[in-house]
Design a protein around this ligand. Structure first.
Ligand SMILES: Cc1cc2nc3c(=O)[nH]c(=O)nc-3n(C[C@H](O)[C@H](O)[C@H](O)COP(=O)(O)O)c2cc1C
Length: 199
C-alpha cells in the first residue's frame, strides 16, 4: 500500500501514524489547576530528546478547535509539570485520568490517586508512580494544529530497586512500563525483552 500523506485527512493521518509508530511510551502528566487541584492526563505523543540539558517533549492537543486540553491550559500559566511513567500496576488508573472532565474536576481524585510534594516545582507528583520527572517548560512549538511542549527535567524520583545506586543501570526485573499501541485501546507490556550487542 502507498499512502500520499500530502492529501490525507488529519483523522486518517492520526489513525495511520499512531498505529504504525508503536510502541510509544506514555507520559502521565500532572499540572496545577487554577484552584490548586491537580490535573492528570496521559500523552503518548511523547519522548526524550537529549541529555544536555535533559530534554523531553509531549504533545497535548486541543479539546475542540481553539480550546486547549486542560494540561496545555495549565502549562500556559505555570510553565511547569511532572511526567510519570506508566507501569502495569497503574495502567488502569492512567486510563481513568484520560476521561474528559470539566476544568478543575481533578482526575487525580476521581482515579483515587495519592499525590506527594515535588522538589523543584509546585505541581505535586503522583505518589505511587515508579518514575516521576519534574520539568520546567522550555517552550511550546505550535505547528499547524499541533502543540509540542518541550520541558527540561529538573528532578527525578525513581522507586528504590529500579536503578543501581552506583552504576545507575536499570534492573529490568523491577521496571514494567507499558507502551501505547494502535488507537483507541491497544497497549503492550515490556516483559518480553531481548538483548543485542552493538555491532
Ligand atoms: C494512552 C493514552 C495516550 C494519549 N495520548 C495523547 C496525546 O499524545 N495527545 C493528546 O492530546 N491526547 C492524548 N490522549 C488523550 C488525553 O489523555 C485526553 O484527551 C485527556 O482528557 C486530556 O486531559 P486534560 O484535558 O486534563 O489535559 C491520550 C489518551 C490515552 C489513554
Amino acid at each position: 500500500m502507498e499512502i500520499d500523506f500530502t492529501t490525507t485527512s488529519p483523522s486518517d493521518s492520526y489513525k495511520i501514524l499512531a498505529a504504525l509508530v508503536t510502541p510509544r511510551p506514555i507520559a502521565w502528566v500532572t499540572t496545577l489547576n487554577e484552584d490548586g487541584s491537580v490535573n492528570a492526563a496521559p500523552f503518548s505523543f511523547f519522548n526524550v530528546f537529549g541529555a544536555d540539558p535533559p530534554l523531553l517533549g509531549f504533545a497535548p492537543g486541543n479539546r475542540e478547535p481553539g480550546v486547549p486540553k486542560d494540561t496545555a491550559r495549565n502549562l500556559r500559566r505555570t510553565r511547569e509539570f511532572v511526567v510519570h511513567m506508566v507501569d502495569e500496576d497503574l495502567a488502569g488508573a492512567m486510563n481513568l485520568t484520560a476521561a474528559a472532565r470539566s476544568y478543575g474536576d481533578s482526575e487525580v481524585v476521581a482515579a483515587g490517586l495519592e499525590t506527594a510534594a515535588s522538589v523543584s516545582v509546585a505541581t505535586p507528583r503522583l505518589r505511587d508512580a515508579v518514575v516521576a520527572m519534574e520539568c520546567h517548560e522550555w517552550g511550546t512549538l505550535e505547528i499547524g494544529r499541533n502543540r509540542l511542549v518541550l520541558g527540561l527535567v529538573r528532578h527525578v524520583h525513581v522507586r528504590d530497586g529500579v536503578l543501581d545506586p552506583d552504576t545507575r543501570y536499570l534492573d529490568p526485573s523491577n521496571y514494567a512500563p507499558i507502551g501505547r499501541m494502535e488507537s483507541p485501546d491497544g497497549y503492550c507490556r515490556t516483559s518480553d525483552r531481548f538483548r543485542m550487542g552493538r555491532a
